[in-house]
Design a protein around this ligand. Structure first.
Ligand code: CA
Ligand code: CA
Ligand code: CA
Length: 524
């Protein structure tokens, strides 16, 4: 019925079907975060591995930006892959190898090559704040401290007499009243980031991965804890970023700090490309929080303010937006029970923001966490086929898995209204319209409706208007004046409620419930 109406009114074909997309050649990317333990197990030992990832690359990107047969992501973030006894591997025992559970350096080289052939940039998690207690260098420090030698391996770490640290600093006890800073756990003592020795070691590590293994950059863990009594976190980050740029001029780096805007602003002064924007993520963040109260205008205001602030600290800042990651309850937990349009709309909002989007594996099929009692529930196996469930062990919760309610990848590919197909369309739209990621929010558009988020995004002489309807029940009629946008047309319609679509006629925009559009000036 809808298709018939379209023909009668003489609407043109869907531009998303016909417009050409181009592969990115810069740092603006649609990233996909893989928790390596849990993505795909190639050899049946119940642990995900690098060969498993290689086997699923065509799902992520087949190398043709116009094939439409893949998710279209062009950036990959792997959680830590270096040897470690934990399943998450954030406590590194050796910075120069691959954990045998995940594969070998040869497998890794193969993965990098396969990614690059598809136009995917690959970044790996690098943990520079802390180390595994079992790391041989730290073990050497423990032994030397017990022998009264503080000038050897101890020089790499935050080892001091116990009264050195304030009471709120967590430490691990060594001998003779010495302790080492350890904010995360007793198993993860911290590096001394001011030490010359540490910086020599970090330079070696960066060269190993950037030069020899050809990764495109790093996701830097726990930047929040770089700062301590004597370390200036921003100075350290600047040193590391500059060092990496010296090794690979176009290195991409994204850091993790989940605290205040002011802390993130400080870290951006290092010159780092990206920092994650935690305040927009999760069920209480600026995206889903404002969806729940239908405050679209408030959301747009917050976004513009955040973008402006971060660009003040670093004019080249590429904010890294996401809905959830491996440390957080799955976003489907907050959205799924409300309806598929909530999941699709949250995706619209974060992926159409300027900067880089980071999609947590399984988010695109609505994976839920069975419980929030343990991080492992946020990291369960990826379901490629819900009729053939994977068996992958995750931490201490084993391999139990709750399949996504709308099926795995295979089932959702076959359903044109699935969340997965919506993600594919969204990423395609981003690849067709490079201004979305690269642009700057120059102003908000005011329709006098607090449920509407509308902003201008300008890039390279091109002006887009992005409009979201935060009301999930009512369509909106909005007048797009010539002052707002000359000769406006819909560049992309991202409607989320089945059988609805946006329309623009004589400057009157009809925006469906939870609908989003990208508007541009008609090419003359
Ligand atoms: Ca395996
Ligand atoms: Ca493709
Ligand atoms: Ca630290």
């Amino acid at each position: 019925m809808l298709a018939g109406a379209t023909v009668l009114s003489g609407c043109s074909a869907d531009p998303v079907e016909t417009k050409k997309a181009e592969a990115s050649t810069d740092k603006y990317r649609n990233f996909y975060q893989i928790f390596v333990n849990s993505f795909c197990d190639s050899n049946g030992d119940k642990t995900g591995d690098l060969k498993g990832i290689i086997s699923q690359l065509d799902y992520l990107n087949d190398g043709d930006p116009n094939s439409g047969d893949d998710l279209g992501i062009d950036g990959l973030w792997l959680t830590p892959i270096m040897p470690s006894k934990s399943y998450h591997k954030y406590d590194v025992e050796n910075y120069y190898d691959i954990d045998p559970d995940f594969g070998t350096l040869e497998d890794f080289d193969e993965l990098v090559k396969e990614c690059h052939e598809r136009g995917i940039n690959i970044i790996i998690d690098l943990v520079l704040n802390h180390i595994s207690y079992n790391n041989p260098l730290f073990q050497q420090a423990v032994t030397e401290v017990s022998e009264g030698n503080l000038d050897g391996a101890a020089k790499y770490f935050e080892i001091h007499k116990s009264d050195y640290f304030s009471d709120d600093t967590q430490v691990v006890r060594l001998s003779d009243g010495y302790v080492c800073e350890a904010n995360f756990s007793q198993d993860m003592p911290e590096w001394d980031l001011n030490s010359e020795k540490t910086r020599e070691e970090f330079t070696k590590i960066a060269k190993f991965w950037l030069e020899e293994r050809k990764v495109d950059g790093f996701r830097l863990d726990a930047c929040k804890f770089f700062q301590n009594k004597t370390v200036d976190g921003t100075e350290f980050l600047k040193w590391f970023y500059d060092t990496c740029k010296g090794i690979k001029e176009d290195v991409y780096m994204v850091g993790e700090d989940w605290t205040e805007d002011s802390d993130i602003q400080d870290l951006y002064k290092s010159g780092i490309d990206s920092l994650f924007s935690f305040k927009f993520a999760q069920n209480t963040g600026q995206i889903v929080g404002n969806m729940n109260t239908m405050q679209g205008a408030t959301f747009a205001k917050k976004l513009k303010a955040y973008e402006g602030k971060m660009r003040e600290s670093n004019p080249n800042a590429i904010n890294a937006y996401f809905l959830s990651n491996h440390d957080q309850v799955r976003i489907a937990n907050a959205l799924q029970s409300k309806g598929l349009d909530f999941e699709k709309f949250a995706a619209n909002v974060y992926m159409l923001m300027p900067g880089n989007s980071f999609t947590y594996y399984g988010e695109e099929i609505g994976t839920k966490a069975e419980s929030n009692s343990n991080d492992a529930y946020y990291r369960t196996a990826m379901v490629f086929d819900s009729n053939n469930l994977p068996s992958i062990n995750v931490g201490n919760i084993g391999s139990t898995i709750e399949p996504p309610v709308n099926g795995g990848v295979k089932q959702q590919l076959a359903d044109k209204n699935s969340l997965l197909n919506h993600y594919r369309r969204l990423i395609k739209v981003k690849n067709q319209n490079p201004a979305i990621a690269r642009g700057e929010i120059t102003d908000l558009a005011d329709f006098g409706d607090k449920e509407i988020a509308a902003y201008y995004n300008e890039y390279d002489g091109k002006k887009l208007m992005i409009v979201h309807n935060f009301n999930g029940k009512e369509a909106k009629q909005l007048e797009i004046t010539a002052e707002m946008l000359e000769n406006p047309e819909i560049a992309a319609d991202l409607s989320t409620v089945e059988a609805t679509r946006a329309e623009l006629k004589n400057g009157k925009l009809t925006l469906p419930p939870h609908g989003s559009v990208v508007l541009e000036t008609k090419a003359s």
